[in-house]
Design a protein around this ligand. Structure first.
Ligand SMILES: [Zn+2]
Length: 434
């Protein structure tokens, strides 16, 4: 989270002076690396430069005033620039003018302190002083790192905090509950009971499979390398191969961006999320039906499938990280797509019926929105006809630990973070059998 800084004249001068010293150190470190290599063919490492800091400070005494971890962080920036260059990811590191030098970082909890509860406040920098800052953080906690940035004539402090610690201590959480139906037609149906929203996968992601297939086909038509026949890869084949891998990478990036955007949007205002439980068994039994089917299913749907799997686990992770509750609804038990969210009446719908129309109470709703509503109400224990389902032993044993919590909304405030890591973000795919 970034705060704008409002230093007075004297502090501003100090900030400029510190920035200049960091810039000079940066340039000295770059110079040191280049000359050592040119003269002695010696590649200077980060550790070497870090170890030479005390000697450096003896000569350039003005650096004694500066937080030594911040100095190390500046050397790390140099190391980073060189590493990127060596790996072909960046250009040859250059000497920087003060105009192009943004600032410096306090990588640990020393050299600065923050007086704020997440909105406005003051930043204390050692040897510089107390500076007013303005801005509002979404989540707040113990500051861990602080980066001072000078951009377009303005000063900013970018502060990272340990959110988890804060959530554990907080008693009040914004409780907005939603149900999500991850549909098979690439739409995401979200409801809070009153407002509904449907999100579609971006067009590129929907077409990606087709594009990759087309590019792979092009590649296959070119002369492929073959070691036994001693055929070298043709230039056209190489070019086609590059095109395919570029496309695959692009899709992966876009998918990840989309997942994070949507997950952040969903979790932003909601700490209670109900969605269907993944039925892993379904996937294997489905695959057994026939090799052909497996192939077409597996390949055709993989990109979006992986996207949905990632989306699901990312939402789960984010909800639990802010201390919220992620409820997994057992679809076999609750049958969200066949139950009326208003009256609880169950009526079988085939997949092609896109609208829920209740024959008992007359409720009409989009099929996926209705399913999301069912999951939301069931999780809150307000689904008609399922009012006592959470006390049902059978259901409890078949749902995960999170859904037990959902039985009581009072527990929500006390909900502690569950130890969860975002592992398997890539491997988890959703079977979505309906
Ligand atoms: Zn009904």
């Amino acid at each position: 989270m970034t705060f704008r800084l409002y230093p007075n004249k004297q502090r501003e001068q100090s900030l400029r002076y510190h920035r200049k010293l960091h810039k000079d150190l940066y340039n000295a470190a770059v110079y040191n690396r280049f000359t050592q290599y040119q003269k002695f063919k010696h590649s200077v490492s980060y550790i070497e430069q870090q170890n030479s800091l005390p000697a450096f400070k003896k000569v350039w005494t003005e650096y004694k005033e500066i937080n030594s971890q911040a100095l190390q962080a500046t050397l790390k920036r140099v190391d980073f620039a060189f590493e990127r260059w060596f790996k072909g990811l960046g250009k040859r590191p250059k000497f920087k003018s003060i105009r192009h030098y943004s600032g410096w970082t306090y990588p640990a909890k020393t050299g600065y302190s923050v007086e704020s509860n997440g909105e406005n406040g003051y930043l204390n920098l050692s040897k510089i002083g107390r500076i007013q800052m303005r801005g509002k953080a979404k989540y707040w906690g113990q500051p861990t790192t602080c980066t001072i940035v000078h951009r377009n004539g303005k000063w900013y402090a970018s502060i990272t905090v340990d959110v988890l610690e804060q959530v554990l201590n907080s008693k009040v959480l914004p409780v907005c509950a939603i149900g999500i139906d991850l549909g098979c037609k690439s739409a995401l149906s979200i409801t809070d009971g009153e407002n509904h929203q449907q999100i579609d996968a971006p067009k590129f992601l929907r077409n990606a499979e087709h594009q990759i297939k087309k590019a792979s086909k092009e590649k296959r038509r070119k002369q492929a390398p073959n070691k036994t026949k001693k055929i070298k890869a043709s230039r056209r084949w190489k070019r086609a191969k590059n095109k395919v891998s570029k496309l695959v990478r692009k899709v992966a990036n876009q998918r990840q961006n989309w997942v994070h955007q949507v997950a952040a949007e969903i979790v932003g205002g909601n700490s209670f999320v109900a969605t269907e439980k993944l039925e892993v068994k379904n996937m294997t039994s489905k695959a057994k039906k026939g090799k052909r089917k497996k192939q077409s299913c597996g390949l055709n749907k993989s990109i979006l499938d992986v996207g949905f799997g990632m989306l699901r686990s990312t939402i789960k992770y984010k909800v639990e990280q802010i201390g919220g509750v992620f409820v997994e609804v057992p679809i076999k038990k609750v049958k969200p797509s066949q139950t009326c969210p208003r009256c609880g009446h169950q009526n079988k719908k085939t997949l092609d019926v896109r609208v829920h129309e209740c024959g008992v109470c007359g409720y009409v709703q989009d099929r996926d929105i209705a399913a999301a509503e069912v999951m939301l109400y069931w999780s809150k224990g307000t689904l008609p006809g399922f009012g006592t389902s959470l006390e049902d032993d059978d259901v409890l044993s078949s749902t995960s630990r999170t859904s037990k919590k959902a039985g009581s909304m009072k527990q929500l405030g006390r909900a502690k973070r569950q130890k969860s890591t975002p592992t398997g973000l890539d491997v988890e795919t959703s079977p979505r059998a309906k």
